[in-house]
Design a protein around this ligand. Structure first.
Ligand code: ZN
Length: 283
């Protein structure tokens, strides 16, 4: 458990601090004064007085966003301190389907040394800020890029405990196969619970679609059509919430590494992921 000593307690606090208010409600229109009626016998005479109608509002405040009040857990893969804490990171933890796996890994890097943990951290912050601005409560599975862990089972538990409406794990791959490039979105299969079924596959398809719209190519070496059904990923297996894991691209591919290394490129990844989450929550 030492691997997660820094991570858990601040999470919900941080998520709460990121909560932003909905847009102001439209001011209530003044209620019309009640119609007054007076009856006189023997011949009924009705006298009615009514106030002028309330003035029409000069502008109408938009209703709150559809996704306001939703909870999204963002899981930036790995962590900056993992590499210097091998004992903590290599210990075996439950990974679902009767498997165990190392607590976490160091992740990959570009050939020039830009690490995956830094990429996933930066992209997750960009996504989280955009979602929070829409009134969505964002919970991160780690609070900085210098800590250790948390382990994969703890990451899943964070999404479950937060009762997340959507969980997105953000990663980048490190294949050395010649020409390997493109993104893919992994989801748990066969599903172990209802959330891993249709909700998670819909989230995966939505993210695949917005990544394509954002100009990213689907993987030419893993999965099919940008999707990958997986039974071996602990964070997916242990989740009871709609959950996917996106491998944004191959950090060992020169073109994709260049995109990931630039702030503009990372914003493009973040925009596509944000669009997917918003679309998923709104549907
Ligand atoms: Zn990774």
């Amino acid at each position: 458990m030492v691997a997660v000593r820094r991570a858990i307690v601040p999470l919900l606090l941080a998520g709460a601090l990121l909560l932003t208010g909905c847009e102001d409600e439209a001011p209530a229109a003044p209620a019309p004064a009640p119609v007054t009626t007076r009856t006189v016998t023997p011949a009924p005479t009705t006298v009615t007085s009514a106030p002028p109608p309330p003035p029409s509002p000069s502008s109408v405040t938009a209703p709150p966003p559809v996704a306001a009040g939703k909870v999204v857990v963002l899981d930036p893969g790995h962590n900056g301190g993992n590499g210097s804490h091998p004992a903590e990171i290599n210990r075996q933890v439950p990974a679902g389907r009767g498997q165990t796996k190392p607590c976490n890994t160091t992740g990959t890097a570009t050939n020039a040394g830009y690490p995956e943990h830094a990429f996933t951290w930066d992209v997750s912050q960009r996504v989280g800020q955009a979602l929070a601005a829409k009134g969505i409560r964002v919970v991160y599975t780690r609070q900085n890029d210098t800590g250790v862990g948390p382990c994969v089972d703890q990451r899943a538990a964070i999404g479950n405990t937060a009762n997340a409406d959507a969980v997105v794990s953000i990663h980048a791959d490190g294949s050395t196969a010649a020409g390997a490039n493109g993104f893919h979105v992994a989801y748990s299969s066969p599903p172990l619970n209802a959330a891993q079924g249709a909700p998670s596959t819909r989230l995966a398809q939505t993210l695949r679609d917005t990544m394509r719209t954002g100009g990213f190519s689907t993987s030419n070496y893993i999965g099919g059509n940008g999707l990958s059904a997986r039974a071996d990923l602990g964070g997916l297996n242990l989740s009871t919430r709609p959950t996917v894991l996106v491998e944004c691209g191959n950090m060992r591919n020169a073109a994709e590494a260049a995109r990931m290394t630039s702030a503009e490129g990372r914003q493009q990844f973040a925009s596509a992921i944000t669009a997917a989450i918003e679309a998923y929550l709104a549907s």
